[in-house]
Write a protein that binds this ligand. Sequence first.
Ligand code: G3P
Ligand code: CA
Length: 342
Amino acid sequence: MKKYIMIAMLSTISLLAACDNNNTTTHNETPAPEAEKPAVVEQPLVIAHRGASGYLPEHTLAAYQLAIKMGADYIEPDLQLTLDNELVAMHDETLERTTNIAELFDKRNDGYKVADFTLSEIKTLTVLPKGTAKESYPGFTPSAANPFDVPTFQEVIDFVKQQETVTKREIGIYPEAKQADPLMEDAIIEILSRNNYTADSKVFIQSFSDTTLRSTRGKEEAQNNKIPQIVLGVAVMGDDGIARLQIVQDKKPLLAFNEVTSFAEGISLLINNKTYPITKEYIAQAHAAGLKVHGWTFAKNDPVASAAEYKNYLDMGMDAMFSNYPDLAVKARDLFVQNKSK
Ligand code: G3P
Ligand code: CA
């Protein structure tokens, strides 16, 4: 995984000044003290949770584009499989919360499961704004032909690559396997490999299921293409002072960090959980084990309250933040890095 390094501008200027001075100094002069070297800070990542989902309908190309425009490092597509085994960007197992399917189709098997509809049927749907999201965002016109339909995972990847050309920066994808299903695992690995994602790409596969990630890791290793993985859970600090991960799904036993490292490069934690609070010590133990620590979901849209929340977790050492409002997350992250670099 590439490291994203920010060198503070002011420090760079003082380094250049120091170099310039060195040209005119004699060997007898005292060398520049260590303190004048530029501070190097690894930049925490901003992940647009379901796109800029606090502003526009979630998991649409419009929401992803707005997130990219706002400076998000990664966009997050949750993934579901259609009846004809196509991966689509959709959080829920069913279609009725986020789309107009109930206006267009009768129920199947008593419901509107993604798995009961073909891709061509799902492509006739429109994704609706939920929560604080609206149908449009001031001053922003989506460029995609169908910015509010349900995109396939391949369309999301194509769009990201196109946006990389437009913005001249690398944009990460952070797909989530929403079903613990070998068919879904195979489809995700196949599509990432086909699109040339490797261990060095800006990509994370995430899941609430360690079973899924252990399985995908095995499949990745068989293909000699170890794509970075992140397992989701809650932070449990034991009475013995040892930090472990609780997998939410299936109420499994706590996972030791050296176990997690056998199938994932990091953990992603539920923030603001009163029972299982994230602490600086917890994050330090994860880092010591070689794990990245990401957090979900930053959902405050009040600028002051959100800034305090981001700062709190960044100060503890969090490496990446899932946000519904990527502009606020980028602002808080940039301020954090700027202050660290002084
Ligand atoms: O993947 C982090 C976060 O997205 C998990 O929650 O329910 O929004 O997928 P959810
Ligand atoms: Ca997710």
